[in-house]
Design a protein around this ligand. Sequence first.
Ligand code: IPM
Ligand code: MG
Length: 372
Amino acid sequence: MADSPLRRQERKIVMNTYKVTLLRGDGIGPEIVAEAVKVLDAAGKKYGFAVEYTDALMGGCAIDATGVPLPQETIDKCLAADAVLLGAVGGWKWDTLPGNLRPEAGLLGIRGALGLFANLRPAKIYGPLKGACPLRPDIIGDSMDIMVVRELTGGIYFGKRGRETVDGVEAAYDTEYYTTKEVERIARIAFESARKRNKKVHNIDKANVLESSRLWRETVLRVAKDYPDVELQHLYVDNAAMQLVRNPKQFDVMLCSNIFGDILSDEASQVAGSIGMLASASLGEGKRGLYEPIHGSAPDIAGQGIANPLATILSVAMMLRYSLDEMDAADAIEKAVEKVLDDGLRTPDIYTEGCRKIGTVEMGDAVVAALA
Ligand code: IPM
Ligand code: MG
């Protein structure tokens, strides 16, 4: 069906165009981002929107090109975007650099610079991947579907730190520090997302020991008064780590500080089967968000064409849902991912006998095909 020039022009006027900044990063980052971009473009074609991409450097690639992990130009390009898609950063090559010059400092820096205080990390088991879950089937039951809500710009990651020498002995410290304002806003995100799910929040802290956790818990209790329809329970973080493998089905939303969320989301991802499947969204006050798979740059398999692009593709679905308001396209991408899994297509990390082993590009193509 050929469009008339007028029709084409009309469509151009009504079609939304979104600006997405790509931080392809290091290791497998560029490979998986390429597949996610392919899927995003295919979704745009189907649902009538266009995406304009801008590339920017962050992490090891930025260090190599500019000497720092997060150049100002990258911050500016992210601030100018509707959303940011990140692959992964880091690698052996940069492991011996001082902390403030490591690739990871770029990631913390961009979270801070964009004010992305809320990190949403859904950990769910996809039906066809049940076999990849390391827990017994009777523990998992029909499903597991957890949303880890992690505070992302405060706590020990951003608190006062330093080194000193005391009586000739070297020492170092990092400080867990939270204001009620910081706790309140992340607690609200947790309660709001529980409202759209199964209406349960588990607040995770260490209030039996830490003063910062006591303030955290008091604040969560105060916020909870605005959400009487959401059930709230408190768990100490050590118990939460145990409960995640003892009975993961009990969880809906887990509300965590920066460091507790970092640790528990890795644990939850493993319970879900493969870290190669889990997406994440980092959000601030406005609509702009940063989207990334929760796995790392996997330098050991970089360049081999075998990395699993599904977590990055699912991150694009989160971007469509939270930043771009393209809900139908978001749903369609998630369904397309389920379809390729149903069809038995697997990258090596999620491969089990009887399935078909494919590479990164083939997996991206399969999702595009399933979308159509
Ligand atoms: C994550 C990562 C990062 C973090 C590192 C790479 C700085 O582990 O996103 O979970 O600790 O936040
Ligand atoms: Mg982590």
